[in-house]
Design a protein around this ligand. Structure first.
Ligand SMILES: [Zn+2]
Length: 214
């Protein structure tokens, strides 16, 4: 069985099980991840995502998205800069809102709903990952691909639940109840990623952080 961490490839041990998924914790980067033999098949995964109706402008959802849009407005004064929303979901609401904020060059990519491979022909000044990276299976490859398409001085802004510090608290963490949440970061993981890839990082909120490419 392959117990390699999907982020740093270190052999990891099973820490706990919930329902029918086994979870491992990486001793090196502290990523919590679902045993890749236990993840949903893509068709089941897509069905779950289709349940997320992100076309409705509820106040709560807009507030949630503005947690990313406000810092982008602060950091990016030139509205012609290139942006990419990675994992844009069934409806590209974040892109729509960024367009309303005046950003003119925002593209979206989603392997299930907007598999537009042409987005990888260019580089970006900023990339958004709003509740996306925790769903990613090939995390190392995906993260390196995103960094590879980020311009120098650009940033990757990520919203994702941050795992409790203690492994026993992760077992009871509500965030893992979603079976599509298979790659879970802790604060240690974020620090490890920044060091490994020579990025600066900053937590804007507990579950919202930015990596800056030097
Ligand atoms: Zn690891």
């Amino acid at each position: 069985m392959n117990n390699a961490c999907p982020l740093c490839e270190t052999d990891s041990k099973e820490a706990f099980s919930r329902i029918d998924q086994r979870y491992l914790i990486c001793p090196k980067c502290d990523l919590t991840f679902v045993n890749r033999n236990d993840v949903l098949v893509p068709a089941q995964e897509q069905l779950r995502y289709e349940l997320h109706d992100n076309s409705i402008r509820s106040k709560g959802y807009l507030n949630f998205l503005y947690r990313l849009i406000n810092p982008i407005n602060n950091f990016v004064k030139d509205k012609t800069k290139n942006g990419l929303d990675f994992g844009s979901g069934p409806y590209p609401m974040l892109i729509e809102l960024l367009n309303e904020e005046g950003f003119k060059n925002i593209k979206g990519f989603d392997p299930f709903f907007q598999n537009n491979l042409a987005v990888w022909n260019e580089n970006y000044d900023f990339i958004t990952c709003c509740e996306v990276l925790e769903h990613v299976n090939e995390l190392k490859k995906t993260f390196e691909n995103l960094l590879g398409h980020l311009n120098s001085g650009g940033f990757l802004i990520v919203s994702s639940g941050i795992a409790p510090e203690k492994s026993k608290d992760r077992e009871n963490w509500h965030y893992i109840l979603d079976p599509t949440h298979i790659s879970l970061f802790s604060e240690i993981t974020i620090g490890w990623m920044a060091k490994k890839y020579d990025l600066t990082f900053e937590f804007l909120e507990k579950d919202l952080f930015i990596f800056w490419k030097k």
